[in-house]
Design a protein around this ligand. Structure first.
Ligand SMILES: N[C@@H](CCC(=O)N[C@@H](CS)C(=O)NCC(=O)O)C(=O)O
Length: 346
């Protein structure tokens, strides 16, 4: 072999070995550590919020719980460490490896996806931005907000949409900007601004924290699309696949009109169930092998956390303080005219 070829071969071997060792193996790291590391908000009821016993709950928290149950099996949903994050620091900290799933009312956008080294793994809540105002201002439309002062969270799509909306409608406003959601709410509650703006679901949630929630209203306009979902690091492909498919197992179970929880034990033993149900529960086939998980990965996610529909109703549905009806909304299943549609688990 010519010397130049020997050198080439040597360089390729070196690159290969360095390259391989640099590939993240978030699943192995997670198994070794014994828990999933999940980045959440600093407190948005219904999405990610500590309850009175300081246990995290919400629709975003349930994504992390489901991933942990898919990895660790029975009781695995409790094997999650939560890191509360402001909007401003969430992406830097994910990219710095401080946690492995960002599940925190985060909107999927082109810039975040293509420029910021992030991967979006589906949508767990279709949202849109709105405005909350004190009822005694007597307003009926956001188009009456010309000249208003507006409290807003920095580092969000909210800030950008706010600027677009006022400019597009030839109106001016005075931004009053904060890093933390509670600062925005406190400032709005203390009358330091006329308007509070964020995703409508978060507005409904934040309204419940005000001293007199009934003194405030959400204006009818929805000024943006905010598809919210779990985010991972770009290049962390096997891990991103797990997050994506766990979320879609929860959605599929809802499409099938089935419930999770302990009742799922009866479904697993019911031989009359169709092929799709048997496949998802790992009774037939082994989709888990493709994800580096056990056969029954989806069974445990559904056992511990429930279907998407159960998660929705428990956290933000009409019988909660947040009270957002799923029926007729984009968060209904495609089978009921909504946007939630899971690719096939096969
Ligand atoms: N979905 C928007 C907004 C998300 C956002 O962070 N909204 C604030 C407004 S309430 C929030 O939830 N903050 C929670 C926190 O800072 O803990 C985005 O991804 O930029």
């Amino acid at each position: 072999m010519k010397l130049s070829n020997v050198l080439k071969l040597f360089t390729s071997i070196l690159m290969l070995s360095f390259g391989t060792s640099a590939i993240a193996d978030t699943l192995s790291d997670t198994k070794d550590r014994g828990h999933v590391r999940c980045g959440v908000s600093e407190g948005v009821p219904g999405f990610s919020n500590p309850d009175e016993n300081k246990n995290w709950e919400g629709i975003d928290v349930d994504v992390c719980r489901a991933v942990a149950a898919a990895i660790f099996g029975k009781g695995g949903d409790e094997k999650v460490e939560y890191t509360p994050l402001s909007a401003k620091v969430r992406f830097t900290k994910l990219n710095n490896n401080e946690f492995d799933i960002l599940s925190r009312n985060t909107t999927w956008t082109l810039t975040r996806d293509a420029k910021m080294g992030l991967t979006f793994n589906g949508v767990n809540f279709y949202d849109g931005q709105g405005f909350m105002v004190p009822k005694d201002l007597g307003l009926t439309s956001a188009l009456e907000l010309d000249g208003a002062s507006v409290c807003v969270n920095t580092g969000t799509t909210t800030e950008l949409n706010l600027a677009d909306y006022f400019r597009d409608n030839g109106m001016s406003y005075e931004p009053v900007v904060f890093e933390k959601a509670d600062e925005v709410l406190a400032a709005y509650g203390a009358g330091r601004c006329d308007v509070h703006t964020t995703d409508k679901s978060a507005l409904a949630a934040q309204r419940t924290k005000l001293a007199q929630p009934d003194d405030h209203m959400i204006l009818p306009e929805t000024i943006s699309k905010e598809p919210l979902g779990p985010v991972t690091r770009e290049g962390d492909e096997p891990w991103s696949d797990i997050v994506f498919w766990v979320l879609n197992a929860l959605i599929t179970w809802d499409e099938l009109g089935l419930e999770g929880g302990e009742g799922i034990e009866n479904i697993v033993g019911d031989t009359s169930q169709g092929a799709e149900v048997k496949r998802i529960l790992g009774v037939e086939g082994d989709t888990g092998a493709h994800l580096g998980l056990e056969k029954d990965w989806a069974y445990w996610a559904l056992f511990e956390v429930g279907s998407y529909g159960e998660i929705y109703e428990r956290n933000v549905g009409v019988n909660t303080k947040i009270g957002i009806s799923r029926a007729g909304s984009p968060n209904a299943s495609w089978k009921n005219g909504g946007l939630l549609y899971a690719p096939p688990i096969r």
